[in-house]
Design a protein around this ligand. Sequence first.
Ligand SMILES: [Zn+2]
Length: 332
Amino acid sequence: MNKLFALLGLLSAFVAFTFTDHNHELCQGFLPENDLYISEFQLTAGGLDQDEFDDVLDLVQDVYGPEIAADGDTLVINRRWSDGVVNASAIRRGTQVIINMYGGLARHPEVTRDGFTLVACHELGHHLAGAPKISSTWQPSSWASNEGQSDYYATLKCFRKLFDAADNTEWLAKNDVDSTVEFECDLQWQDRDDQVACYRGAMAALSVGKMFQKLRGDRNPPEYNTPDTIQVSSTDDRHPDTQCRLDSYYQGALCTQDVGVELSDSDYSEGTCTRADGHVRGVRPLCWFKPPEAKDKEEEPRKPWWKRWWPFQDQIVINAEINPQVEDGPYW
Ligand SMILES: [Zn+2]
């Protein structure tokens, strides 16, 4: 009898799990779950006020609303200013592409306006960043791009789309840029506007990285020139560590792919920079990403009968390069 109850319990747990999954409420928070709560009435130095919170989300709606509508979906940005939760999340419900942005996160002392924008970009990334997607034993591929990919997308596409050259020139006049960022962005990008966009994305990432450090109690601050040296043996879908997350954002800013090329749900290389294509900078960090094995070499075509015994094979190959007809012949 006890065994029967245990079996029923297991079965109901499985059913509950499956239903949760099908609600499309994977709800991947921007930050790992935390107890921090910054209420509307709490005075904090730094962070955004409500007008800035709304300005950022207006911009995201203006730029991405039409793009998502063109795909037949609707972008819904839930502006939870009054809610003190220090987080943000993404949910998909039917054709609704939903991001939840909380006031507690906007009021966090380490968050800048650009940092908050980057968080919104990360949440959109769960919907739009393509492969790799979050997978589990029960669900080989969900609707949501994984955490590292959403970070990479945020600077690779979203942050660049939101600001034009004039915005970035104005930003540069008021902000300092880290010397490593300046050097590498200038190396990657030729056009001055692109270089400045790269600086801005990378610096926004540092603001967010400092917040991770505070929330997680990490000893060392993340830096651009101290990339995470861990190499995963398989792609990790969860939130990477603080340094690893900064690395993803930074590499996204350094990838010189056209901002207009969308990412693919099945081919991780489309619209991105990959090692397989010879890129050294701008690639997904190996602290969360394991590139799929290179495709097996195509099977060599069967040699023509006369080549199997022909003693001067090298000469034939050279001739074949000059005169491809030499390769023609009966195959069996
Ligand atoms: Zn996330």
